[in-house]
Design a protein around this ligand. Structure first.
Ligand code: SAM
Length: 251
């Protein structure tokens, strides 16, 4: 997929990118290749927001099967026409509302940036259905995984506890049509075998409720009984392992 082809599709169907859905279409073939190369031949792939098919087209060459969730009905109709392929299942739904398929999948997405956090949280919550996820996000959103300051809070701990993650590549604003006013980073999260646990997420929500306050106070306020003396510890001083250990103790 390149600029010429995206412009052709936009003109052919007389449509424009919709800001409200975070539509910026990827046209840089090197970035597309790097993203798609994180998928192994024959794997079952889930794509969030196929848009005009920049990733979908290449993913179909590798995937055993591909389920793509697209919120914009107009784009779903275009995708059906442009990519008639038995391997492709197009679902016109808000990804945040869908139930994950039974078969374990590799998730790939150039994320709609306005819901990056919500999508990542859903994927960690439902990580038992996923082998990995390769996601493009705003550069600053990716940086928050590496600053060592738990800038996201719960999401940082879930990423540390449930996955190994790294940067796949960077993509500046000129890699997209229309060009957004931010630069982007592609990250891959490879999930481990630890079982998803809603209790742990509730516990983490309590830990981060008032992150500048003492951890002991936050937990007490949420009704957790702690035997151990946590002293003056604040949540930011504990690793994901230490927080999980604490969770196991007070369950
Ligand atoms: N994958 C395409 C690409 O790389 O060119 C499009 C990426 S664009 C940044 C994000 C896509 O997500 C858009 O097609 C948009 O319509 C879709 N989208 C936005 N919100 C969504 C949601 N809640 N569920 C599913 N798709 C969504």
């Amino acid at each position: 997929m390149n600029t010429k082809r995206i412009l052709e599709i936009l003109n052919k169907y007389e449509i424009r990118a919709k800001k409200k859905y975070g539509q910026n279409f990827l046209v840089d073939e090197k970035v597309i290749d790097k993203i798609v190369s994180t998928v192994n031949e024959g794997e079952y792939v889930i794509e969030i927001g196929p848009g005009l098919g920049s990733l979908t087209e290449e993913l179909l060459k590798r995937a055993g099967r591909l389920t793509a969730y697209e919120i914009d009905e107009e784009l779903v109709e275009i995708l059906k026409e442009e990519y008639p392929d038995e391997k492709l299942e197009l679902v016109n739904r808000d990804f945040l509302q869908v139930e994950m398929p039974e078969e374990k999948a590799v998730l790939v997405s150039n994320l709609p940036y306005y819901i990056t956090g919500d999508i990542l949280l859903k994927c960690f919550r439902e990580k038992d259905s996923l082998k990995s996820m390769t996601v493009m996000m705003q550069k600053e959103a990716a940086d928050r995984f590496f600053s060592g300051k738990y800038e996201y809070g719960v999401l940082n701990i879930l990423a540390d506890w449930y996955s190994e993650y790294h940067v796949v590549c960077k993509a500046d604003r000129h890699c997209f049509i229309p060009a957004p006013n931010v630069d982007s980073t592609v990250m891959e999260f490879v999930f481990n075998d630890r079982k998803a646990d809603e209790g742990f997420i509730s516990f983490l929500n309590a830990c981060f409720a008032q992150r500048r306050k003492l951890l002991a106070g936050n937990l007490k306020k949420a009704g957790y009984v702690i035997e151990r003396d946590l002293g003056k510890a604040r949540v930011e001083e504990l690793s994901a392992e230490q927080l999980h250990e604490l969770y196991e103790e007070i369950r």
